[in-house]
Design a protein around this ligand. Structure first.
Ligand SMILES: [Zn+2]
Length: 268
């Protein structure tokens, strides 16, 4: 670290990018803070033109200050996109001063804008680390984070809505199934009640059945072949084969002719 007189309003200290120059006293806006100095390089001289470092300060087309010397404390001043100081270039005098463009408080880092050429060549590729750019990056990160959170919340809400809709649909389905069963049961009960509540109809149905049975019996008796009956009557006395009671004759189905024959032969 360079030795700096305690009378000076600045000191070299740790900064975000390494070392930097910091105010130790209040520096009023417009005050010359420090001179940026070093050997003058003449670009017309091949030897001078060959020198290349990060501390070259171009005064004009011909003269450049080589600020890389240790004694040049101003070389510790870092670049800032929104600085509190500026470079005051005096080409005729071949001198450069750093001047406050804002009131600078003790502890503040002193910065000036290095210019577009330097920025493009050295800072843009690695990303400017000045307060303004850091702030911008921080804001961008916060915005991106907020956007991610917003999207996440949106997705969650969507999923919630979907689940709710599904639940409602299922509930409706269940309710419908329940009401269907109920109405089926009700319909069944109604139809049962109809039959039970109208006994006259039931009775009518019963009597119809009995009528059919009786009629069948009579018709069966009528359809029995006539030729057999006289033969049986002739060969067998009526007493040997007692007639079934009239009620059985009426209810039993007619016997096939062959069966009747066999029965008669067996009994003969
Ligand atoms: Zn910046």
């Amino acid at each position: 670290m360079p030795v700096i007189s305690p009378k000076k309003p600045y000191r070299v200290g740790r900064s975000r990018t390494g070392l930097g120059l910091f105010a130790t006293q209040r520096i009023k806006k417009g005050t010359k803070i420090i001179r940026y100095f070093g050997p003058l390089l003449d670009c017309k001289k091949k030897k001078d033109d060959a020198i290349e470092n990060k501390y070259l300060f171009e005064l004009n087309n011909r003269w450049t200050i080589d600020g890389s010397v240790r004694k040049n404390v101003a070389r510790y001043i870092n670049h800032a996109c929104k600085p509190n100081a500026e470079s005051d270039v005096r080409p005729r005098k071949r001198k450069v001063f750093i001047r406050a463009i804002k009131n600078i408080e003790p502890g503040d880092e002193i910065n000036y804008d290095y210019g577009t050429d330097y920025f493009k060549a050295y800072l843009k590729p690695i990303g400017c680390k000045c307060d303004a750019c850091e702030k911008k990056r921080k804001k961008k990160r916060a915005e991106a984070r907020a956007e991610r959170l917003r999207l996440k919340a949106k997705e969650e809400k969507k999923a919630e809505r979907k689940a709710k809709k599904k639940a409602e649909k299922e509930a409706a389905k269940r309710a419908k199934a329940k009401s269907d069963t109920k109405s089926r049961v009700r319909a069944k009960a109604k139809s049962n009640a109809k039959t039970e509540l109208r006994p006259d109809r039931k009775r009518k149905l019963d009597s119809k059945v009995s009528t059919v049975r009786v009629n069948g019996g009579t018709s069966a008796r009528r359809s029995r072949p006539k030729s057999i009956t006289p033969m049986v009557a002739a060969e067998q006395p009526i007493a040997a084969a007692p007639e079934a009671p009239a009620i059985f004759q009426a209810l039993s189905p007619p016997m096939p002719a062959a069966a009747v024959d066999e029965a008669q032969q067996a009994s003969a």
